[in-house]
Design a protein around this ligand. Structure first.
Ligand SMILES: *Cc1c(COP(=O)(O)O)cnc(C)c1O
Length: 408
């Protein structure tokens, strides 16, 4: 597994002023957005050093989102695997059902501070859209969410949730009518309305300062884990595992541990139906360096640079690019990457539900699959923590369909 790093990692100086994590990241946007990104970077830089901003954010994370979340000992799963002690970080207990609210709250407060009263966002499965709609309702901000037409149909319930909370959901009919097209449309809106509008991007992706800023808003996950595991076990864990779509829950979970070289960190991508072109979304299995939607990173693309089709049973991991910071730490051999396939995910989804009384999000279940494999290989005096990034309520219709169960 992970080799310890050769040189100390300067995690607090990353990214550089241009938003680069080594050769990854950066800013690749139309001219009209350069000023907006520059202003956003400046505003965020001031906010992150302002105790009043941090205090207010902490307050809302507690009262609105429900932090801190529990670090839960999964006793029956541990016994079933027969190896390392398995803990679950319960981000599934947060308001709106996943870690995404951490970032949505942070960015909404930042938008308010910048005097922007209109919020736009993209969403795939709808989780980020729901989190954004919730914080906009709370702070009285206008909210427009772009969503691919295909995703709107698949996730009709989340569309209704967003609308209940006062958001306008705009369907996108271009291309594959999914997440990538929704991001394009959100960018187009931002270019046109940049003056009074803030774009709440939903993962550790896109142009600087987004990957850094989104990471920072999720760092609270790892900070809590560190305190909680020290209180529970009197020591740090041996291994930590999280699923990686764009990479926000994983980087927030890992960040506090990057310099703890004895703690192995593993990100799990979507292996879909298997690692064949068009059947998966594991960017580190067959992806190449390229630029997509504002950022240089690993991307699933063909030899002409055309973005390949991706597939995963979980919509939240189904994206052709991975956050640039992950590519950087992979090169440095500080974070390892694995993948889990749809059929293993379906099995673990049911197992966790039955054994722990916790229905995990299909995204998070990718981390569970790999975590259970690892636990079996580890000793019973070792400790493994899996980030349960979200709850599976949103997935039950889809799972029922796959299992051939007719509801209602
Ligand atoms: C959106 C989502 C993900 C994937 O996004 P990351 O930015 O990689 O964290 C993972 N889990 C859940 C529950 C999600 O909603």
């Amino acid at each position: 597994m992970a080799a310890s790093v050769a040189a100390p990692l300067d995690r607090f100086t990353l990214p550089d002023a241009g938003g680069h994590f080594g050769r990854y990241g950066g800013v690749f946007v139309p001219e009209t957005l350069m000023t907006a990104l520059h202003d956003l970077g400046g505003a965020y830089d001031a906010a992150r050093q302002d105790p009043a901003f941090l205090t207010e954010l902490r307050h809302h994370l507690k009262e609105f989102a429900g932090r801190p979340t529990e670090l839960y000992f999964a006793e029956r799963l541990t016994r079933y695997c027969g190896g390392a002690k398995i803990y679950l970080k319960r981000e599934d207990l947060l308001h709106t059902g996943a870690h995404k609210i951490n970032n949505a709250l942070g960015q909404a407060l930042l938008a308010r501070r910048m005097g922007k009263k209109r919020i736009i966002a993209e969403t795939g499965a709808g989780q980020h859209g729901v989190a954004t709609a919730a914080v906009c309702a709370k702070f009285g901000l206008e909210c427009v969410v772009y969503m691919g037409a295909v995703d709107m149909e698949r996730q009709a319930l989340n569309v209704f949730r967003m609308r209940l909370m006062g958001a306008e959901v705009r369907g996108v009919e271009a291309g594959q009518k999914t997440l990538k097209e929704a991001i394009n449309e959100a960018m187009r809106d931002w270019v046109t309305n940049v003056r009074g509008t803030h774009y709440i991007l939903g993962s550790a992706l896109g142009s600087h300062p987004y990957p850094m800023m989104v990471r920072d808003f999720h760092r609270v996950i790892g900070q809590e884990v560190k305190e909680q595991i020290l209180a529970r076990e009197g020591r740090l864990p041996d291994e930590m595992i999280a699923c990686v779509g764009g990479g926000s829950n994983a980087i927030g979970f890992f960040f506090e541990f990057l310099e703890e070289s004895k703690v192995r960190l593993v990100g799990v991508e979507a292996g879909g139906r298997g690692i064949r072109r068009g059947d998966h979304a594991a960017r580190f299995e067959g992806g190449k360096l390229g630029v997509l939607q504002g950022c240089k990173t690993y991307i699933l693309q063909d030899d002409d640079g055309q973005i390949e089709l991706t597939h995963s049973v979980s919509a939240g991991l189904d994206y052709a690019a991975i956050g640039p910071e992950h590519a950087f730490y992979r090169d440095r051999q500080r974070i390892d990457y694995a993948y889990a396939c749809d059929d293993e995910v379906m099995e673990a989804f049911q197992l966790c539900s039955r054994m722990e009384g916790i229905i995990p999000a299909l995204e998070s279940t990718h981390a569970l699959v790999h975590g259970m494999k690892r636990a079996k290989e580890m000793r019973s005096d070792e400790v493994l923590i899996i980030n349960l990034s979200g709850r599976g309520d949103k997935d039950v219709n889809q799972v029922a369909k796959i299992l051939g169960v007719k509801l209602g």
